[in-house]
Write a protein that binds this ligand. Structure first.
Ligand SMILES: CC(C)(COP(=O)(O)OP(=O)(O)OC[C@H]1O[C@@H](n2cnc3c(N)ncnc32)[C@H](O)[C@@H]1OP(=O)(O)O)[C@@H](O)C(=O)NCCC(=O)NCCS
Length: 221
């Protein structure tokens, strides 16, 4: 059981061959005038989400199996809610979609969060992504991970994740902090401070260790 988990983790890979158009705080999708965001662009992001699962989850036996991934259901619902919010300034319908996704999948992604293409939420349940969170392209969030605020602040109060960031199961990333490109956040860690690119952060509170720029493999095990 343990061995298969480890081998599965070792097989997880970050995609390096896709254009990285999310530059931590900006994304081509979000740089556009909201009025010019098309349904096609939304579907392109969903396609990238599917590709991210296919390329990173060795437990997947066929491409069609992705439709059974609750994480993908949550991501798709978020993308639609986010589109309705940005394009038509709707608030109630996106909120209803968010609540529906939360009831069905256990994942709560606020419709105003900014998420680049290629998000993979593995095992779905218990993931929370707050309103002012920003997530770069090709990131992985495991179950129980939280991108939250530290208290009851207003304005930008949730974390910003760069590109190809891996967040382990149960990790909590709190406050208006930035996690740089290619970082890995260990399972169960609590991160309260900025993390520079190419680092691993583990423990409570999170201790930062550089791991070089080897971003193609999640784990050396
Ligand atoms: C953070 C992580 C990616 C690091 O992997 P890695 O680069 O292979 O690092 P190592 O396993 O070599 O560990 C490096 C150090 O961090 C420590 N460490 C690793 N993960 C840790 C964690 N989650 N919490 C606390 N310390 C941790 C190790 O004990 C080691 O400490 P040392 O240098 O003092 O010996 C990995 O340990 C992890 O937590 N992955 C999450 C997996 C997950 O969520 N799985 C869910 C599957 S359902």
């Amino acid at each position: 059981m343990m061995t298969s988990r480890v081998s599965r983790l070792s097989a997880l890979r970050f995609r390096t061959n896709t254009p990285l158009y999310f530059n931590c705080t900006t994304c081509r999708f979000y740089n556009k005038d909201p009025q010019s965001i098309t349904v096609r662009a939304v579907f392109q992001n969903i396609k990238e989400d599917v590709n991210m699962i296919v390329e990173n989850d060795s437990a997947l036996k066929s491409r069609f199996e992705v439709v059974l991934y609750l994480g993908l259901w949550a991501t798709c619902t978020y993308r639609i809610a986010n589109y309705l919010y940005l394009r038509y300034h709707l608030k109630i319908l996106p909120k209803l979609l968010t609540v529906a996704a939360q009831i069905i999948t256990g994942v709560e992604i606020h419709h105003a969060a900014k998420i680049g293409p290629g998000l993979f939420i593995d095992h779905a349940t218990g993931v929370v992504v707050g309103e002012t969170s920003e997530i770069g392209s090709n990131c992985i969030l495991f179950h129980g991970s939280t991108l939250g605020a530290t208290g009851l602040e207003h304005g930008k109060r949730h974390p910003t994740l760069g590109n190809r960031v891996f967040v382990g199961a149960g990790a909590k990333i709190l406050g208006n902090i930035t996690i740089g490109d290619n970082c890995r956040v260990g399972a169960g860690s609590v991160v309260l401070k900025d993390v520079p690119p190419n680092c691993t952060v583990v423990g409570v509170p999170g201790k930062i260790k550089p791991h070089g720029n080897n971003n193609t493999k999640l784990s050396n095990k």
